[in-house]
Design a protein around this ligand. Structure first.
Ligand code: SF4
Length: 350
């Protein structure tokens, strides 16, 4: 039976629930905004430092020419987006970018490759990247597309901390976004990652023309994974010329905040990451997202292929909000050099 989500009183701690019904999730979305934020912030404070965010930096290690047809993605070979293709980077280039990310305050380094799934021979180089980044004391995350069990085990043996593989949207809306892999394929990869003992980074994208019920459906799927993904990136679509979703109806910023808040309520112990789309977001919207329970951001001047707020701007915003970063006692240190990050898929979901 659906819980009564209409009260402004703090929720009972629903940590580790994995049996959310769609009606329950929709009831959270339907709450008055202040009630929802109060619940989200109350839960956030039970499980996380209230004024701290984790910084992740994302690098595209292989860009473009992807055979998949994700309608939001400039890296698909099927869309004319003018994106410059790049083969798999050399290990040293990646390690230099990781050093720079660490100097700039990141604690996790995420490496994304535009593949349907990696070839076994490509994994040799990716494993060397993971080992090298980990040796610097950074957490490691890769997103390489669909993974077979043996591939997940190879990455685990290399010391990989997180594997990113997003569900993107609800099962009902999914077919309007991607036809070249199924929802089940994605769940299989997540299961393979879990079975190998690697932590899961899994979220989705909003602002793709979906309904609120689809946003609820996505979060229901994520919250009913057991265990919850340790990291839940929520992306606001960055529309790219040439992709089928260019011109999609944009999501109102307060609806984006609701999405963050419901994610926090459903998965109270997870890191909820404010991911793609921050460049176009006002500081006020970002502040509301932190209030709603976002406690991780992508930090760096580019995501895979689209712009991200400049480091300096981020530092100023976090300082204004009194938010420190994990692994430091204050806002992140000044940027040392311009990032070498390649261009990439803004809303990554491989
Ligand atoms: S999101 Fe990933 S799988 Fe989909 S087209 Fe882009 S690079 Fe390929």
């Amino acid at each position: 039976m659906a819980a009564d989500a209409s009260s402004a009183a703090p929720l009972q701690d629903p940590a580790l629930r994995h049996d959310w019904s769609k009606a329950e999730v929709e009831a959270l979305f339907a709450l008055p905004f202040n009630d929802l934020l109060f619940q989200a912030q109350s839960l956030h404070r039970q499980h996380h430092k209230p004024n701290s965010v984790q910084l992740s930096t994302l690098l595209s290690i292989k860009t473009g020419a992807c055979p998949e047809d994700c309608a939001y993605c400039p890296q698909s070979v099927r869309f004319e987006t003018g994106l410059k293709k790049e083969p798999l980077l050399d290990v040293e280039v990646v390690l230099e970018a990781a050093r720079e990310a660490k100097d700039n305050g990141a604690t996790r380094f995420c490496m994304g490759a535009a593949w349907r799934s990696p070839k076994d021979r490509d994994l040799d180089r990716v494993e060397a990247m993971v080992r090298g980044v980990k040796a610097m004391g950074l957490e490691t995350c890769v997103t390489l597309g669909m993974l077979k069990p043996a591939q997940a085990e190879r990455l685990a043996d290399a010391g990989l901390d997180y594997y990113n593989h997003n569900l993107d949207t609800s099962p009902e809306f999914y077919g309007k976004i991607i036809s070249t892999r199924t929802y089940e394929d994605r769940l299989d990869t997540l299961a393979n990652v879990r079975a190998a003992g690697v932590k899961v980074c899994c979220g989705g994208i909003v602002g793709m023309g979906e309904q609120e019920s689809d946003r609820a459906g996505l979060l229901q799927q994520l919250a009913n994974l057991s265990p919850h993904p340790e990291s839940v990136p929520i992306n606001d679509l960055v529309q790219v010329e040439g992709t089928p979703l260019k011109g999609a109806e944009q999501l109102h910023p307060l609806e984006f905040v609701r999405m963050i808040a419901v994610a926090r309520v459903l998965m109270p112990k997870s890191y909820v990451r404010l991911s793609a789309g921050r460049q176009a977001m006002s500081e006020e919207t970002q502040a509301l997202c932190f209030l709603a329970g976002a406690n991780s951001i992508f930090y760096g001047e580019k995501l895979l292929t689209t712009a991200n707020p400049q480091n300096e701007k981020d530092r100023a915003l976090l300082a204004r909000l009194g938010i420190s970063t994990e692994g430091s006692v204050s806002a992140p240190p000044a940027a040392a050099r311009e990032s070498q990050q390649g261009e990439s898929c803004s809303t990554r979901c491989c």
